[in-house]
Write a protein that binds this ligand. Sequence first.
Ligand code: GTB
Length: 217
Amino acid sequence: MTITITAFERSPDRGRGLARDMRVRWALEEVDQHYDVRLLSFPAMKEPAHRALHPFGQIPTYEDGDIALFESGAIVLHIAERQAGLLPVGANARARAIAWMFAALATVEPPIVERSMAVLLERDKPWYEARLPVLEDRVRVRLGELSLQLGDADWLDHAFSAGDLMMVTVLRRLHGSGILEEYPNLSAYVARGEARPAYRRAFADQLAVFTAAQPPG
Ligand code: GTB
């Protein structure tokens, strides 16, 4: 049975790999698992056929035989639990890697997304200039803590895991903000993730979707 995931037909990130199918693609590449991609327009995501897979009408989803999943964290965890390469074998180290996945999604991602949404949607609002530094300082609190935790290690808990995969994809959303560069060990950490062959394959595949959707000329 072939795994099928969903992704944007035309990603608003213009091929920068910031949409959440990127973490699923990366996980599948890390475990060397072939997959198909069903591309969806924004209206198609809200159709009953897609809502049957995703109650919130979003991407990514994951289908494999009799299982269908939504939520990128649940999908990456499912992939990591089924195939070797993304979670340590030892029970305690495995639990810690999963804790890092949750930390990425529940503790580090929210302030980063809040900042991105403000930049995207609130630029013309009278409160924007005052609000942005507040949001950016909230991001800095988390990055400062994460930077201390990482120290000079390559990965968050010894070997690369799904926790690092998730954290790197979350931190990538800061590209272009200048904030990540304030934490050289986190910048280097993201670059290490992006240098992994599996990441590069996943990135190239999602970029090819964006490129193919561009009108000629
Ligand atoms: N918690 C869910 C998960 O982790 O899977 C969140 C899923 C989600 O937000 N999906 C977004 C979506 O389907 C795409 S990734 N949005 C369409 C909708 O809600 O109607 C979010 C995203 C979108 C665009 C950029 N970008 O342009 O940089 C980055 C991230």
